[in-house]
Design a protein around this ligand. Structure first.
Ligand code: HEM
Length: 586
């Protein structure tokens, strides 16, 4: 017994010794260090309970920049929205390794999403050859690095995949094509997930979050991966597995090993198997992005790399889009004025369109309409107005855009993290300088901007037209904004000027739900299009009534990863609207 006691004491001493010597110590010029009692966990528990107030408490003691540990990560936390510009401009801060790690935790290794073994070899080779050639080891910004290295044939897998994702989700022509496919997939997703129950029961009571998950999965899977006409239940089968896998995604991102989550692991293995076995020669309407990604991975794929690329893309395209759709729709259903304004704007756009000569419809459009008509019953709406929607028209709906941005402001919780590639110095907006060590992380928590009283009045309130400016045709309001809608002879435009005190903040830094800087989410354009199309379809063709107006709490286990889902499900009653009378909005 005495021996056992001695062993325990020695063990404890070793643990304390290791903790004490590994503890971070502040060096000259570094931000003030917040001390924590809990090793590894650090401030995770306090931060997880009430993030903004906890950070503000620390700010009042330590100032606008301080260092703290959260769940094993040492972060330098920046509190002032005006410092985002310096974080953005510092070329020694990067997020690629972080995204690569996230991808590994989600889908396992090897993959080439910003990290892969060949790539590391390439980097070493590049470094050695540059030494031999006598070039300087100058580090470029992620964007220039990406652009410079896009030389077909020479590009390492990591760069290839990143370039494919970026060019296909950001290029205007590619986005127009994706939008065309998105329109069709929206109409299909809605009919596939609602037709039978709505036609059978007239009034369907269902969970709004669950419905958003189904819509977004159906739409995204078919828009990106195309469809196989011989496999009717394919979307449903993959969705069932994906839901189980996705349920624990927050735990995986929090570094819980997948072996401790057996159900999640089983589902992940099954989806990887399903994705690995997709027969691409039999699929229609596969997006250019996925076709190019497939060409990138070897034909014989013994280590399942191709399936991992596909799964991580599918996951990234869902993870935040589902809660973003849920909250945008929830706030619109809860706010009659906002809903009326959105539907009036749509109605005005459609009337103007109808006055113009009808476009000649492509044979592709006519075939798709025939196919949809064959798959749906007589009384199911044709959703022609949605099917004819073009990207430039969706962009004109500035009231809907304002509602979307206002929702993203209220629920966006991204914690854009960057890692220092080398020792660096960060100068804040007021001239203070802080030393950052190589390997340290910096972070800015988006809600600090979104709920800043100096930038937004009544930041806790949902004000649907907060992101609009109005003036008369020809007036000079926000000349840098291109999209506008004319209502009652007034021009409404997206608001582009934001201020904190005297200082102007750019629109992209005023809303940071999609991250910031050059590494902002590449999927933001298509996500916005998907969400707007689904919302317009639901509000135009269905009566959707909330069971309760209470705003659900947010699920804080997803804190920092983009948008938090609701903690509890919200029940809605859905029924088909009567066919529209001319001129009616609702
Ligand atoms: C409302 C929906 C979405 C939100 C709020 C969102 C948010 C984010 C955020 C915060 C990041 C990290 C950015 C950073 O660190 O600065 C990110 C990265 C990423 N997102 Fe999204 N996202 C959404 C939808 C999508 C969609 C639909 C796709 C794909 C079709 C997508 C693909 C990606 C990818 C590939 C990355 C990694 C970017 C990189 O390699 O640098 N996202 N997203």
């Amino acid at each position: 017994m005495a021996l056992f006691g001695t062993l325990v004491l020695v063990g404890l001493n070793v643990v304390f010794f290791v903790i004490f010597f590994n503890k971070r110590r502040r060096r000259m010029g570094e931000p003030p260090l917040v001390n924590h009692w809990l090793p590894f966990i650090g401030a995770a528990l306090d931060f997880g309970k009430d993030p903004i107030n906890y950070l503000k408490g620390l700010q009042s003691r330590h100032g606008d920049v301080f260092s703290m540990k959260i769940a094993g990560w040492d972060y330098h936390v920046f509190m002032n929205p005006l410092d985002v510009k310096s974080l953005e401009k510092n070329k020694d801060l990067d997020h690629r390794e972080i995204i690569g790690d996230f991808a590994s935790r989600m889908v396992g290794d090897p993959h080439a999403i910003l990290k892969c073994p060949e790539d590391e070899k390439d980097e070493k080779k590049g470094f050695l050859s540059s030494l031999i050639r006598g070039e300087s080891n100058h580090t470029k910004s992620p964007s220039t690095e990406r652009r410079d290295s896009f030389t077909p044939g020479k590009v390492p897998p990591r760069e290839k995949i990143t370039n494919i994702i970026e060019s296909n989700l950001r290029g205007s022509a590619q986005l127009n094509a994706l939008c065309e496919s998105c329109v069709k997939c929206t109409v299909k997703a809605i009919s596939r997930n609602l037709q039978d129950t709505v036609m059978e029961q007239k009034h369907v009571k269902t969970g709004l979050y669950k419905l958003c998950q189904r819509f977004v999965f159906d739409l995204t899977f078919n828009m990106l991966f195309g469809s196989n006409p011989d496999e009717e239940n394919e979307t449903q089968t993959i969705f069932d597995e994906f839901s189980v896998f996705n349920n624990n995604s927050a735990l995986l991102l929090d570094r819980i090993p997948i072996h401790l989550l057996p159900a999640t692991k089983r589902s992940r293995d099954r989806i990887l198997d399903l994705l690995g076995k997709l027969d691409w020669s039999r699929r229609y309407d596969v997006s250019r992005m996925v076709s190019e990604m497939n060409k990138c991975a070897p034909n014989s794929d013994p280590d399942g790399r191709r399936a991992r690329h596909l799964l991580v893309t599918l996951w990234a395209a869902q993870a935040n889009t589902v809660p973003a759709l849920f909250w945008t729709l929830f706030y619109l259903l809860r706010n009659g004025d906002a809903r009326y304004a959105v539907m009036s704007e749509l109605s005005e756009l459609l009337q103007k369109k109808n006055r113009r000569k009808l476009r000649r419809r492509s044979s592709d459009y006519i075939n798709f309409k025939k196919k949809i008509a064959a798959e749906t019953c007589d009384k199911w709406p044709e959703m022609e107005d949605i099917l004819e929607m073009q990207r430039k028209e969706i962009d004109k709906l500035v009231i809907l855009d304002s509602c979307f941005k206002e929702t993203m402001r209220l629920v966006g919780s991204s914690m854009s993290i960057r890692k220092a590639k080398k020792d660096t110095i960060l100068k804040t907006w007021n001239g203070d300088k802080y030393k950052i060590r190589k390997g340290d992380y910096t972070t800015f928590y988006a809600p600090l901007t979104h709920f800043d009283n100096d930038i937004y009045s009544d930041p806790e309130e949902y004000i649907y037209d907060r992101f609009l400016e109005s003036g008369y045709p020809g007036s000079s309001i926000s000349s840098d904004c291109s999209n506008s809608s004319i209502t009652c002879s007034k021009v409404l435009r997206a608001k582009c000027r934001f201020y904190k005190g005297e200082k102007r903040i750019s629109p992209s830094r005023a809303i940071m739900t999609f991250g910031y800087g050059l590494t902002r989410c590449p999927g933001r354009h298509i996500a916005t299009i998907e969400i707007k199309l689904l919302i317009l379809s639901m509000l135009k063709y269905f009566n959707v009534v909330l069971g309760s107006d209470d705003i659900p709490e947010q699920d804080l286990t997803h804190l920092g990863f983009g948008i938090m889902p609701p903690k509890n499900e919200v029940i809605v009653d859905i029924s088909l609207k009567a066919p529209e009378r001319k001129g009616s909005v609702f």
